[in-house]
Design a protein around this ligand. Structure first.
Ligand code: IVH
Length: 687
């Protein structure tokens, strides 16, 4: 790693002069700004970056002679990219000051309260969206231009790309639009779509995006607007720029008016009267930070009345009338003990990190994925490194980067970790196909692959076999009682009893669990078979369309693709699965063992065909998954975020903000009773 990387460090720094440290910090911060803003490829967490900036700011404050107007502490955002036309902002786009703990935030509230003593004062509380800041201008109601923040004074013209974002209205819905209206907002990549996209990129052998913000930024800065158009970008507006003929008297008034004009605003925003109410907002969203469609990293609190904002004024880079409260990051540093590889049920070889256990976003992580060989090489993490881990979309933990300053010398000298060329489970070569990011164990009978396949077969979304977990499966394989999936239906009680740690109870429970699994319907069997691209949703579509296994097996790819909701890739994968001789023999063997091949999924009852349903809050009669299945079984689709395309929102107990969003978009909201009716009749009862 380069010298500045090592120079940073969390050491006390009493050993270097302030002048020296200021120079070090500036170089370090500039390097990270470049990686973050220009390369969209940050090397350190936001928390670590903020820490460096604060250290620098404190030094500059205690040694004013070291302060300089070009210091990164006085800069907002990034310099413009020369590839896009530079545009000067009519009014600078300012940044916000941050508070990282209660005391800091309370100190700000106290200052504001003191500064405004004797005047009526309210606060507007918003979520701090982790997106890409842009400024949109409307002239006489017509969308004129979209500009990125850039360095706060000059940004990049991204109008052509912005025009492809559905949330940006081409014309304001106002009878008498103002001569000029400039609004500031955040473009974001919806979290759900982000997860899907990253999974698809991985499948296609492309690198994953680190987070939704980077994905949004990348999509927005495409040279070809058609690429931007293909991404599900959206927008929330939260601020006013230059205006003519438009004079709201408070921030909440501004938000209300732009919403009326058709610009998207955040449904979570609340205007409140007291500092206590502000705290309640902060605490509420700390608990619910993953509910919104976008990623948030804190809240922004703004003094509501413009007259009060003017009284409080500005510092050199930020308003005194607003402050961001940052939630602690869901990224942590921990020690990477080892790097191992696993062979999955498709034979895919996935490297993963064995970590010193650490608490991230509410759960303890001790392993984290490193995705594939290229990702690993790019991140260059090595055993012995201190690494930053994060929960991507709060599901799969991943290693973001190593911390250069904390890399021990012998680790540096050991050189990059080498991806193995043979399988650790069977010794067969590990192969990588041209153009693919993934590597595979060449042996289709690799014992670990079989172990993973059986564990998947027995898992809850598949055949749901109680008593057949990882450990037991491993034991059955090791003892040679099972050589393929279907063998589990031919286990001998006596042979089980002869195994270690197997008493009569355990053996009988396992056999009963296996027997019971034979009655699982076709859709479960399809999931269990481990067919590429076939998860619960696709399996149900297939079961519903074909009704039984033999009819599906007899169908050609065209007939499969004709099923609504199934595309050519999935259709081909299903056909290819059944065409493979080994798979065909396995399926025959399973059928001969007595597994069920038909389904209860109502055939042809497509009462919700074309419907898009959003579920929110707790339902009494269904779990989330059950409710989703019920909708899908009738040909409908369940999504997690509300948009104009949503047909209906089903609100259970404690529904949250999706209901507000639905109301704002005029999407019908129904309760559980009406949902049950809808399932029965396919018709929407009036709420
Ligand atoms: S107001 C002068 N409100 O965070 C005040 N900013 O760290 C300007 N951001 O530059 C910002 N959500 O890009 C504001 N609800 C929100 C925000 C928000 C996200 C971004 C914005 C800003 C940055 C400051």
């Amino acid at each position: 790693m380069n010298a500045s990387g090592r120079a940073s460090g969390a050491r006390g720094r009493a050993d270097v002069s302030p002048r020296r440290r200021v120079a070090e910090l500036r170089a370090e911060i500039e390097r990270h700004r470049y990686r973050y803003f220009i390369l969209d490829d940050p090397e350190i967490s936001d928390e670590q970056f903020d820490k460096l900036v604060r250290e620098l700011r404190e030094l500059e404050e205690s040694h004013p002679q070291l302060d300089h107007r070009d210091s990164p502490t006085h800069k907002v955002g990034a310099p413009p990219d020369p590839a896009f036309t530079a545009v000067q902002h009519r009014q600078p786009m300012l940044s916000l000051d941050n508070a990282f703990d209660r005391d800091e935030f309370q100190a700000w509230l106290d200052r504001v309260e003191r500064g405004l003593e004797g005047t009526r004062n309210r606060y507007t509380c918003e979520l701090k969206i982790d997106g890409v800041a842009i400024s949109l201008s409307y002239v006489d109601g017509w969308f004129e231009r979209a500009v990125t923040r850039g360095d706060g004074r000059t940004g990049e013209d991204i109008t052509a790309n912005a025009r492809t974002i559905a949330a940006i209205p081409p014309v304001l819905e106002l009878d008498e639009p103002p001569a000029l209206l400039e609004v500031r907002g955040e473009v974001f990549y919806p979290v759900d779509a982000f997860e899907e996209m990253n999974a698809a990129r991985e499948e296609a052998g492309e690198p994953r995006f680190a987070n939704p913000r980077n994905a949004a930024s990348g999509a927005l800065r495409q040279k070809d607007p058609r690429i931007t158009a293909s991404r599900p970008l959206s927008l929330v507006c939260h601020g006013m720029g230059a205006v003519e003929g438009f004079a709201p008297d408070s921030h909440s008034d501004f938000l209300r008016r732009i919403a009326e004009a058709g610009l998207p605003t955040a449904p979570e925003t609340r205007t409140v009267d007291t500092p206590d109410d502000v705290w309640a907002f902060i605490e509420h969203w700390r608990e619910h930070r993953h509910d919104p469609a976008y990623e948030i990293d804190g809240v922004v609190v703004k003094v509501d009345e413009y007259a009060n904002q003017r009284r409080l004024g500005y510092t050199s880079s930020a308003p005194r009338w607003a402050l961001a409260f940052k939630y602690p990051p869901e990224e942590r540093e921990t020690l990477l003990h080892d790097i191992k590889v696993n062979v999955g049920r498709t034979g895919k070889v996935t490297p993963y990190a064995v970590l010193e256990p650490v608490l991230v976003a509410g759960s303890t992580i001790s392993t984290a994925t490193l995705h594939n060989e290229d990702q690993l090489a790019m991140k260059d993490v090595r055993p012995g490194d201190t690494v930053i881990v994060r929960k991507a979309g709060d599901v799969i933990p991943e290693v973001v980067a190593y911390v250069p300053a904390k890399r021990p010398r012998q680790v540096e000298e050991a050189g990059p970790w080498r991806f193995p060329d043979s399988c650790p489970f069977c010794g067969s070569p590990i192969e990588r196909l041209e153009g693919e990011a993934a590597s595979y164990c060449a042996n289709i009978d690799c014992p670990n692959r079989l172990l993973e396949s059986i564990a998947h077969f027995a898992s809850r979304g598949a055949m749901d076999i109680e008593g057949l977990g990882y450990e037991t499966t491993k034991q059955l394989l090791d003892e040679g009682l099972v050589q393929d999936l279907a063998d589990i239906y031919h286990l001998d009680r006596e042979a089980l009893l002869a195994l270690d740690r197997f008493g009569e109870r355990k053996a009988d429970n396992l056999l009963a669990g296996i027997e019971a699994s034979k009655t699982q319907p076709l859709e479960r069997l399809l999931v269990a078979l481990n067919i590429r691209h076939v998860g619960g949703t696709v399996a149900r579509l297939l079961a519903r369309a074909f009704g039984d296994l033999e009819r599906l097996r007899a169908a050609d790819a065209e007939a499969i693709e004709a099923v609504s909701g199934i595309g050519p890739i999935v259709a081909r994968a299903v056909r290819a699965f059944f065409d493979n001789e080994r798979n065909a023999a396995l399926v025959d063997k399973l059928v001969d063992s007595g597994v069920r091949t038909d389904t209860d999924v109502a055939r042809g009852a497509s009462t919700l065909e074309g419907w898009t349903v959003v579920l929110t809050g707790g339902l009494e009669g269904f779990t989330r998954d059950e409710a989703k299945e019920q909708v899908e079984d009738r040909g409908g689709k369940v999504t997690s975020s509300v948009s104009k395309k949503t047909s209906v929102v089903v609100a259970g107990a404690d529904p949250g903000t999706k209901v507000d969003k639905a109301r704002a978009l005029d999407v019908p909201v129904i309760d559980e009773a009406a949902f049950v009716k809808l399932l029965e009749t396919g018709e929407l009862a009036e709420a």
